[in-house]
Design a protein around this ligand. Structure first.
Ligand code: GTP
Ligand code: SPV
Ligand code: MN
Length: 582
């Protein structure tokens, strides 16, 4: 056995002696293994088959009612120095972090199977990909990792070749929120997660590895690990531009990544490369290239229907795992916004009663392999990734943020990203609908101090003059009656077209202190039922409101002290001054 594999074996042995599982199982990633686990979970009652005529190979899992979302308040970055984690993270010293969870891991796997899951984030032969091994006592985690990552024997072979991997230890524990912790040790490239079986808390390849640990590694090594979808936008002429968009959790990445153009946008086509995470590297020519480290989707179910997201609606009718949705009398999954059928039971398995709550939990999710998506781009498997033309930040803002605007240059673009704010969503346990700063949509996911992270972003301008342009979008502006001003979903293609027109220098723009806005008429609204007033509201800025916003960004920056890059302070002050002189 090679040194690396014996190090892996040693770690598995150590974990086993501490957690005392009944059995140890090394996952191969085969389809037969997947089916075997599905069968076992149906016997144990943790999974139930859905209507196999309408939803072949689809299953339902119901979480513990306290375990339905990420838990930012229980998520820690354990670096030697507190300042390295930054005010954007909860911090614990590595010694305390280990001690706290090691006590909870003691004998926790008694009566359970310990699964060893070798996985590769990114195409198995890409130099940009990174491997990890997750140890878990949850078969639900294994089957989700099978759909979401390149998992099993091929990953193990790469680990043996490379000699390194990120270590992730996970147990569902007793699901008691008082004994739930998601600990990251970036300096050791390891993760320990206990007490949750849910999504980002438990599928360690995803947010824990591919964002928190990877962002830390990316800074050291000169690349970026981001909470971004990647899409290809093909024009009627057959040119394809690749765009990477960072929107906070439950703010529209999956929907945009697999958008189907409306009938009015004849000849346009969207290709999906990724819907949640992008790893970005400069290539030898100085272009920024992206790979998607995942190969499946863990998507928000509510709101998915044949009009909003037909690709997702169709792809989850087979080979999908549903978590925390309701059921129809016909044993089909049901969720708010499905538009067809009606629920008889809710996400807790109780008789559905609209007075008690929704049938599907607002953060209910589907898990499905990317190959189920009719718009999946074959380039998502390309070792070299795709060149990025535009980076788009966004948030969920009822007020203030226009439909779209463009940063003046890279430095301003980093300010635009750092200033992102968005209303909180059900993707985290906590209050929903409160506006908070979510820089680059990375507030819950950056494995180090945001001040250092922004400095790292800024440094790319010193390395190349071929960086993508940076934009900001907001699909979520509302009128005074709480109705969305912009139709969203497929119609967002119209905004992407303006973005590409800007990249290709085919269209002018209105210069404002916050950036370049579209001139009236430059966004195609033909065939849309949208008033001229609404379009005006979407494409102008309110000077006073923006003065308050820019001041608030300045106060937010203050919390980073003198670690804040001077260039960001300068940008913020420049905008404040320009707004004041309007
Ligand atoms: P995470 O998986 O949590 O990172 O979320 P995400 O960013 O992929 O968000 P997703 O695409 O799943 O959308 C979240 C919710 O926003 C869903 O209920 C969607 O129906 C809704 N949504 C997405 N795009 C739009 C849009 O353009 N307009 C409006 N009004 N709602 C949208
Ligand atoms: C998010 O919250 O951004 C998600 C879902 O994509 S989870 O995998 O739970 O992080
Ligand atoms: Mn996400």
């Amino acid at each position: 056995m090679t040194t690396c594999l014996s190090a892996l074996q040693q770690w598995v042995d150590d974990v086993a002696s501490h957690t005392q599982p009944d059995t140890i199982y090394w996952c191969t990633g085969s389809d037969a293994e997947y089916q075997q686990l599905i069968d076992e979970m149906q016997i144990s009652g943790t999974l139930s088959a859905l209507n196999q005529d309408q939803y072949p190979n689809c299953y339902l899992h119901l979480s513990h009612p306290s375990d339905v979302a990420r838990v930012e308040h229980l998520t820690f970055i354990c670096t030697e120095k507190e300042k390295d984690a930054g005010p954007n993270n909860h911090w614990m010293s590595p010694a305390e972090g280990h001690a706290k969870v090691d006590a909870l891991f003691k004998n926790v796997m008694r009566g359970r199977t310990l699964y060893v899951i070798p996985y590769c984030m990114g195409p198995i032969d890409s130099p940009y990909s990174r491997c990890g091994v997750e140890i878990t006592d949850s078969p639900y985690v294994v089957i989700n990792m099978k759909l979401m990552t390149r998992m099993g024997s091929a990953a193990l072979a790469r680990i043996e070749r490379e000699g390194s991997f990120v270590k992730g230890l996970h147990s569902t524990g007793d699901l008691d929120p008082d004994r739930r912790f998601i600990m990251h040790f970036p300096e050791e490239l390891s993760i320990k997660s206990i007490g949750s079986g849910y999504g980002g808390n438990a599928l360690l390849g995803k947010k824990c590895h591919a964002l928190r640990i990877a962002s830390y590694q990316a800074r050291e090594e000169g690349w970026l690990a981001e909470h971004m979808l990647i899409l290809g936008l093909e024009s009627p002429d057959g040119d394809t531009h690749y765009i990477a968009c960072a929107f906070p959790s439950a703010c529209g990445k999956t929907n945009l990544a697999m958008l189907i153009p409306p009938k009015s946008q004849l000849g346009w086509k969207i290709w999906t490369l990724g819907d949640d995470i992008a790893w970005l590297h400069l290539d030898d020519d100085g272009r920024l290239r992206a790979i998607n480290p995942e190969c499946g989707y863990f998507g928000v179910v509510p709101g998915t229907n044949s009009q909003t997201n037909k690709n997702a609606f169709d792809m989850i009718t087979r080979d999908a795992i549903f978590t925390n949705v309701g059921l129809t009398a016909n044993n089909e999954p049901w969720w708010e916004g499905k538009k067809v059928g009606k629920p008889v039971t809710d996400w807790q398995g109780r008789d559905y009663d609209p007075d008690v709550g929704p049938a599907a939990h607002p953060n209910s999710r589907f898990t499905v392999a990317a190959t189920n998506n009719p718009s999946y781009s074959s380039l998502a498997e390309a070792a070299e990734g795709v060149p990025i033309s535009a980076i788009v930040f966004g948030g969920r803002r009822k007020k203030l943020a226009p439909l779209v605007y463009e940063a003046r240059d890279w430095q301003h673009g980093v300010l635009v990203g750092a200033g992102v704010a968005s209303e909180t969503t059900a993707a985290n346990i906590g209050e929903v609908g409160v506006v908070r700063r979510d820089p680059m949509a990375m507030k819950p996911f950056c494995g180090y101090n945001f001040a250092d992270y922004w400095a790292h972003w800024l440094s790319f301008a010193e390395r190349t003059d071929k960086l993508p342009r940076i934009f900001h979008v907001n699909w979520f502006r509302q009128d005074s009656d709480g109705r969305f001003l912009w139709p969203g979903f497929g119609e967002n293609l119209r905004v992407l077209r303006w973005i590409i027109d800007r990249c290709e220098q085919r269209v002018g723009a209105k210069e404002t202190p916050i950036g370049y806005l579209p001139e009236p008429g430059d966004i195609d609204i033909e065939g849309l039922d949208i008033s001229a007033d609404a379009m005006r509201a979407l494409t102008r800025i309110d000077t006073q409101q923006w003065q308050v916003e820019i001041e608030s960004i300045g106060e937010y920056f203050d919390s980073f002290g003198d670690r804040l890059p001077a260039a960001l302070r300068q940008e913020q002050q420049r905008i404040a001054k320009e707004l004041a002189s309007l």
